[in-house]
Design a protein around this ligand. Sequence first.
Ligand code: ATP
Ligand code: MG
Length: 229
Amino acid sequence: MTTATREPRTAARAVNRIGAILAARGIDPRAEIIPEPDTVTALQLADARIPPRYLGALADHPRITAWTDEIARTGRRGPGGVPGIATGPSLLIAGPTGTGKTHQAYGAIRALLAAGVRLRWEATTAADLYAAQRPQHGSDPEQQLWRLGRSPLLLLDDLGAAKHSPWTEELTYRLVNHRYNQLLPTLVTTNLPVAELRDAVGDRVASRLAEMTDRVILTGHDRRRHTAG
Ligand SMILES: Nc1ncnc2c1ncn2[C@@H]1O[C@H](COP(=O)(O)OP(=O)(O)OP(=O)(O)O)[C@@H](O)[C@H]1O
Ligand SMILES: [Mg+2]
């Protein structure tokens, strides 16, 4: 017997066995499989990953809504004509503590999802990024950096807030440089005045951010203290 004749018989036996197992469990293997209705929206899935504090965040700053509109408009059409993110501009949201930078950034992600943009996204604070890059048992720092670097949309929150060192500068450079080269939309927030960013993150990172990002400066009071008081 040749391999060609043996394989269909083996496959037929496997199908019969699976059929018998399903029948023993009261399942008709020939029954039509009707897919569950797609009740979970991308926004609901995203909400499971958004920190509870920013779950209802709305990006209401006009420069930020203009950015989400542009990303949604220029996104590449994927399967079924659904827009997805390809390349696009990035956004730097700067301003003092508590003025709503993280709120606006998560609001922008939510706005894109609500607009039906097919979106894989990642979010990290710069401090968490550096912490996760320290060698730890069972972790793969290189893989994490790669995942953040390649994500179609990245929120890099609180850039410049962590203690600066040549090591943090190199990590930030690798991440930002990859996204700069690939024109990948990135939301960056910082507490620092834009003029001080260079000292905090190094000239190479600051130079790339200057070219790749539109800038939004939030002003006003610290909303946390205002609410508490
Ligand atoms: N437009 C808004 N409407 C309602 N609440 C807001 C708005 N913007 C910010 N907040 C609330 O104000 C608080 C501070 O906002 P957020 O954390 O975004 O500030 P931040 O600028 O990122 O601060 P930090 O610089 O310390 O990271 C949060 O409780 C947030 O939910
Ligand atoms: Mg913040």
